[in-house]
Design a binder for this molecule. Structure first.
Ligand code: FAD
Ligand code: DHB
Length: 388
């Protein structure tokens, strides 16, 4: 088999890349270890930045976001006794959208199917070869047959556990593991808030997010290694109520049936360079951020915006300028989002150290009380323009 771009991974990065390449007249083949149903149902991110929505709309993928997504002007920041609204539209002219990664994934799958995209699901033994001179990928298909896919370029969009990142020889890796995790639940109950609540509490961080008018998504800071089965539903709602301030100024958290429980460890990881020869990395294959601030999916989309332009210019116009600049350009935003995610995480998660707690509260008061502080958070949260 032969194609112009071999894309490893059919997550948001891989499928969006295949979509943008097709729109630019470049053909690709996508390889994915999981089934289409599994990939479409994976519960992950929930917030789209302003520029992610702009990009998806420009790519013809915005109809359902507009119809079913929920535009938010900002977020609430709170700590015991206080809740403050930060209005991103007022501060920066940019908003965010509540629209689940599952829905982005479904829109991408539908668009690629309509475009006749070749996607091989449920493959195994994926291996990258000769990425400098004659790039090709070998894999075992769903039918058990071994195949070879030759390409001009390989795009590693295979997330944090895929083989692409290790095909870059001697990369520089920066990693930070946090001493806490997120316990996330999905619940069939209308959100108890109109916009997301980020809550600092002496017993740990809590976040009230949502997926729709009838589905809530909530998170609790828990110790690493927490087993989600060891928490009863009552204990989860009690802890959320306490940390989110049930009863504070008359606000109430309404509990409901929990449909999903999971624990997510938190780390920052940046691998550089994001290109080696004819192999390019995008999304979680090159970097991971802790979830606070909702940057992971948005960063994958921003990488792909740069990478699609670079590959189209190289392959269609024989112009290597964008490809040569790709790793450096992408890393600029990666480090901005890495810093922002680290900053939100360390400002909101408690460590048990009273000195740290006072610094966090001081920082929160400044962010919520000063236009300059609030604008800094808003600009990063709503997202800098693509190409920043
Ligand atoms: P992925 O979505 O990981 O896609 C990579 C794809 O490659 C997958 O489909 C995988 O099956 C496939 N693959 C792996 N190995 C191979 C192989 N050998 N061959 C072929 N294909 C392969 N971000 C937020 O902003 N907010 C959140 O709340 C949030 N929650 C998260 C919860 C979890 C459990 C995880 C893992 C991530 C979460 N993220 C969150 C991060 C966000 O989901 C990711 O940043 C985003 O999915 C990145 O997209 P991607 O396409 O780069 O990688
Ligand atoms: C969600 C996740 C985040 O990391 C965040 O900061 C906000 C919302 C979510 O899954 O809804």
């Amino acid at each position: 088999m032969r194609t112009q771009v071999a894309i490893i991974g059919a997550g948001p990065a891989g499928l969006l890349l295949s979509h943008l390449l097709a729109q630019g007249g470049v053909e690709s083949v996508v390889l994915e270890t999981r089934s289409e149903e599994y990939v479409a149902a994976r519960i992950r991110a929930g917030i789209l930045e302003h520029s992610s929505v702009e990009l998806l709309e420009a790519a013809g993928l915005g109809a359902r976001i507009r119809a079913e997504g929920d535009e938010h002007r900002g977020i609430y920041l709170q700590w015991p006794g206080e809740r403050h609204h930060l209005d991103f539209v007022d501060l920066t002219g940019r908003s965010v959208w509540v629209y689940g990664q599952t829905e982005v994934q479904k829109d991408l799958i539908a668009a690629r199917r309509a475009g006749g995209q070749e996607i091989h699901y449920e493959v195994s033994d994926v291996a990258l070869h000769d990425v400098e001179l004659s790039p090709h990928v070998t894999f075992t298909g769903k039918d058990g047959a071994t195949r070879r896919l030759d390409a001009m370029v390989i795009a590693g969009c295979d997330g944090s556990f895929g083989p692409s990142r290790s095909a870059v020889p001697s990369p520089t890796v920066h990693e930070k593991v946090y001493p806490y995790s997120w316990f996330g639940i999905l619940a069939d109950v209308a959100p108890s808030t109109d916009e997301l609540i980020y809550a600092w509490h002496p017993d740990g961080f809590a976040l009230h997010s949502m997926r729709s008018a009838s589905v809530s998504r909530l998170y609790l800071q828990v110790p690493n290694g927490t087993d989600p089965r060891s928490w009863s539903d009552d204990r989860i709602w009690d802890e959320l109520s306490k940390r989110l301030g049930h009863g504070q100024n008359g606000w109430k958290l309404t509990p409901g049936p929990i449909t999903d429980k999971s624990v997510l460890p938190m780390r920052s990881y940046v691998q550089t360079p994001m290109r080696h020869g004819n192999l390019y990395l995008a999304g979680d294959a090159a970097h991971i951020v802790p979830p606070t601030g909702a940057k992971g999916l948005n960063l994958a989309i921003a990488d792909v915006a740069l990478l699609s332009r670079a590959l189209i210019a190289t392959i269609k116009d024989n112009d290597p300028r964008y490809a040569d600049a790709y790793s450096g350009d992408a890393q600029r935003r990666v480090w901005r989002c890495t810093h922002f995610s680290w900053w939100m995480t360390t400002m909101l998660h408690t460590s048990g150290d009273p000195f740290d707690a006072e610094l966090q509260l001081s920082q929160l008061r400044w962010v919520a009380g000063s236009r300059a502080g609030a604008t800094g958070l808003a600009e990063n949260y709503a997202g800098l323009p693509i190409g920043y």
